[in-house]
Design a protein around this ligand. Structure first.
Ligand SMILES: [Zn+2]
Length: 436
């Protein structure tokens, strides 16, 4: 288990001046408890034993605050980052001798509640050098975005500002990392390089195995008065506490073609995707009720060679872009690229298999259940075909058949829905009403 966390808390907090009342930035008050103490307690709860705290501005005050709290019975080493101009990369690399073989990096202005054991398991499983905690958010258009491949490997960084004409993945770097010391020990920063996310990681993706971990747990920057207010609001509403994947989550799984978009033959280009007008508001309302929302879709067009993975990504990023305009998102998109029947011209041989993810099988639902610690009893599937009903039955989640798209008329599999609704909007209302 990972034992050490480094907190990069060197910032002056200029943007938070009105709330700081002369305190150093890490001691900004959030509902009666300082941000630093909240961070330390969230780490301690997750088995972190050692903290290296890199501070700059008002160092003495931070030291006396930690002393007053008896260092929360942890091994806390507070280091003065003498030159405040070296940035996050400089601060981290200049502390290399104080770091364990594997450690966590936390930014000093984030409020979080993350299951670190789960995060590290993913890091180990993927044999990563560095793993970045990523998540979709409700404002990807002004966020720095990260692209990962189907092996979770980070392949590109798309920094803000973005080209309005392109589609991008809604995956935001939350500034929370697991790093193997060995992988960064020999790095010398060049002039002008000072930021981990902006300068160092984009350069290292070619040299190191940098992996993206996509999660739904709470982490938000509270470095401005507006963001601080949002964090306080989320704390009061239990959003921070309930988001940890140590706790069971409730979910709604949603099918794609015919359920969120007009059925249009086999869709093989972003141009062919047209969402129903009630999709964004339905997802928004489900998320407001605390449901995680996943897209679960069979895309045999990939195996048949009619659509590449890159184009399929473009199609999904177009959907994400459209949802982001209504400030909502899918927590994750799961797709099955396989198809069992061979003999199509141009087909992709290695995807021509009988897999366990293609609905009516339930591999995609099971994967989500495992990755997000989903409570089956509180979860639902909304789809328009009998394959959706079969998959949800196998995973023991309640099903709703919608009358859009196929409307269950495919009659391929003999499974009955728990409920029938006009469309996704009615189905989401039913779910919200049924749970009360
Ligand atoms: Zn599959």
């Amino acid at each position: 288990m990972i034992k050490q966390a480094v907190i990069l808390a060197g910032g002056k907090g200029t943007r938070l001046r009105s709330r700081l009342k002369d305190r150093p930035k890490p001691l900004v008050d959030i509902l009666g408890v300082s941000l630093l103490e909240r961070q330390i307690l969230a780490l301690k709860k997750n088995s972190i034993k050692k903290i290296l705290l890199l501070v700059n501005y008002k160092y003495e005050e931070i030291v006396s605050f930690c002393k007053k709290n008896k260092y929360w019975d942890l091994d806390i080493n507070i280091k003065l980052d003498e030159d405040g101009k070296v940035g996050t990369a400089g601060a981290l690399l200049s502390s290399i001798n104080f770091l364990d073989d594997i450690f966590l990096v936390v930014y000093g202005d984030t409020l979080f509640n993350i299951d670190i054991e789960r995060f590290q398991k993913f890091h180990n499983l993927n044999k990563a050098d560095i793993t970045l905690y990523l998540h979709p958010n409700d404002h990807p258009y002004d966020s720095d975005l990260v692209e990962i491949n189907d092996q979770n490997r980070v392949t590109k960084f798309h920094n803000y500002p973005h080209n309005e004409n392109f589609f991008y993945p809604n995956l935001v770097n939350a500034a929370f990392y697991v790093i193997n010391k060995e992988s960064i020990v020999d790095i010398n920063l060049e002039i002008g390089e000072f930021d981990l996310a902006k300068h160092l990681f984009p350069k290292l993706i070619y040299k190191l195995k940098i992996i993206g971990y996509n999660s739904s747990e709470y982490i938000k920057d509270c470095g401005t008065p507006e963001r601080l207010d949002k964090c306080e609001f989320d704390l009061k509403n239990g959003l921070v506490e309930n988001s940890s994947l140590k706790l069971k989550q409730k979910a709604v799984f949603i099918d794609r073609d015919g359920t969120i978009n007009f059925e249009n033959g086999f869709i093989s280009s972003p141009k062919q995707i047209k969402l129903y007008n009630f999709v964004a508001s339905s997802i928004f309302n489900l998320k407001k009720e605390g449901f995680l929302v996943f897209l679960i879709t069979n895309q045999p067009v990939v195996a048949r060679g009619e659509c590449s993975i890159e184009t399929l990504n473009q199609i999904h990023w177009k959907i994400e872009k459209s949802l982001s305009k209504s400030k909502t998102f899918f927590d994750k998109i799961y797709y099955c690229p396989h198809h069992p029947d061979s003999g199509f011209p141009g087909e992709v041989k290695y995807l021509k298999i009988k897999c366990n993810c293609r609905k009516p099988e339930n591999g995609m639902i099971e994967k989500a259940i495992k990755e997000y610690n989903i409570d089956r009893e509180k979860s639902w599937f909304i789809g328009d075909s009998t394959a959706d009903l079969a998959a949800s039955f196998k995973s023991k989640v309640k099903s709703i058949l919608v009358k859009t798209g196929n409307a269950g008329r495919d009659n391929k599999y003999n499974y009955k829905p728990n409920y029938v609704s006009e469309n996704l909007e009615e189905a989401s209302k039913l779910i919200i009403n049924r749970q009360q």
